[in-house]
Design a protein around this ligand. Structure first.
Ligand SMILES: Cc1ncc(COP(=O)(O)O)c(C=O)c1O
Length: 404
């Protein structure tokens, strides 16, 4: 073996293993470069990225417009804190609010921070506007939710891996089955301030609720003066063929929670968007983040909003999503048990007699396609929205091959 034949991957994996907490179980792929829907590993192997950073890379790796916006901002100013105003802030907030059809936004960094923001705003709204007695606010969430990893958020997780041994837990959350309108109706009390839901549950396996569910949620929230909060962190910003997944249901929530793709795959950018009667409850000193709404984040975020405002990515996701789902549905009965999802987002249940989800994504990686398992034999496919029809065909062909 010559020196050029020595692979770097095993050494990089061993070094990473030695110096990190084991809070992830990554596939044994060490990525060094990416462009569009493709990444390259340290040994020169190329992979189609069908996870896209759990939708953080909706615009693909290193989208030229986003990279240019980041470069330009890196050369000017990157951080001020919110103690001062900077010249990228107003346009980001204006354009994002317009995209959401809301009056105000509040920028943060990670998705979990945006969810925490939504929880705090909902509680404060409950006390100050709805008139709930102090300390009694309740927020209704769904079983099998995934909203992040903070101690408050895992307090209402139903996933033992996410929750066990992290107590004591934050009270004030009621869990109901996802998609069950009757259970939701029965859970609402005079102390309910918000219903927090994912329009499609990603982590749970790309679960799409029954048609009409969100219209019923909206009606119940209106009837009982409860805020409807849509966590669109993974489902939003073009992923399902619309700007927001909840649009498929013809419903407008009181608050959007956004993250992931808002940072263009470059920086963590999250936000909540709502009207003044909701977000206006916050006063100086009550909430914030040193990095939230920083100049680099705003410059990239503004470009993300500009890309979405064209509608091109949503259209692409809708059209190519139909193709992806048609190809995947054709595998039902050939190693696939069920396919769910919308647009360029699919949860695929592999026949458990054939492979676990983990085995499936390992075999796909060997064939140059990166995807992620969820629970049991389910895998998730979420390519960047810049993926081509041929690339989709290639990835689905690899899936078919590992199932044959
Ligand atoms: C629906 C949803 N909400 C919240 C989060 C948490 O986002 P972050 O990992 O940026 O904190 C995620 C992340 O996967 C998510 O999918």
């Amino acid at each position: 073996m010559t020196s050029v034949d020595i692979l770097r991957t095993p050494d990089e994996l061993a070094r990473a293993e030695r110096h990190t907490a084991h809070n992830y179980h990554p596939l044994p792929v060490v990525i060094t470069e990416g462009e569009g829907a493709w990444v390259t590993d340290v040994d020169g192997r190329r992979y189609l990225d069908f996870l896209a950073g759990y939708s953080a890379l909706n615009f693909g790796h290193r989208h030229p417009g986003l990279i240019a916006a980041a470069h330009a901002q890196l050369d000017r100013i990157t951080l001020t804190s919110r103690a001062f105003v900077h010249d990228q802030f107003a346009e980001f907030c204006r354009s994002l609010a317009a995209l959401c059809g809301k009056e105000l936004v509040l920028p943060m960094n990670t998705g979990a921070e945006a969810v925490e923001t939504a929880i705090k705003v909902s509680r404060k709204w409950g006390y100050q506007v709805k008139g709930v007695a102090d300390g009694r606010a309740e927020i209704i969430v769904a079983a099998d939710n995934f909203h992040g990893r903070t101690t408050t958020i895992v307090s209402f997780s139903t996933d033992p891996d996410a929750k066990a041994d992290f107590g004591p837990y934050t009270p004030g959350f009621i869990v109901v089955p996802y998609g069950d309108e009757v259970a939701l109706r029965e859970a609402i009390t005079p102390n309910t301030v918000a219903v927090l839901l994912e329009p499609i549950q990603g982590e749970a396996g790309v679960l799409v609720p029954p048609a009409g569910y969100f219209a019923a949620v909206r009606a119940l929230c209106d009837e009982h003066n409860v805020l409807m909060v849509a966590d669109e962190i993974q489902s939003g910003l073009g992923r399902t063929g619309r700007t927001f997944a909840i649009e498929h249901e013809g419903v407008v929530p009181d608050m959007y929670v956004l993250g992931k793709a808002l940072g263009g795959g470059i920086v963590p950018v999250s936000a909540v968007a709502a009207d003044r009667d909701v977000l206006g409850v916050l006063k100086p000193g009550e909430h914030g983040s040193t990095f939230g709404g920083n100049p680099l984040a705003c410059a990239v975020g503004t470009e993300v909003v500009r890309l979405l405002a064209t509608g091109d990515f949503q259209r692409r996701s809708a059209e190519l999503g139909e193709h992806l789902h048609a190809r995947l549905n054709a595998l039902i009965g050939h190693g696939v048990v069920a396919v769910r999802g919308r647009g360029l987002w699919a949860g695929v249940d592999i026949d458990p007699a054939l492979l676990t989800g983990r085995q499936a994504v390992e075999r796909l990686a060997e064939r140059g396609v990166l995807a992620k398992d969820t629970h049991g034999s389910t895998i998730r496919l979420a390519p960047p929205l810049v993926v081509t029809r041929e690339e989709i065909d290639h990835a689905v062909d690899q899936l078919a091959a590992i199932l044959s």
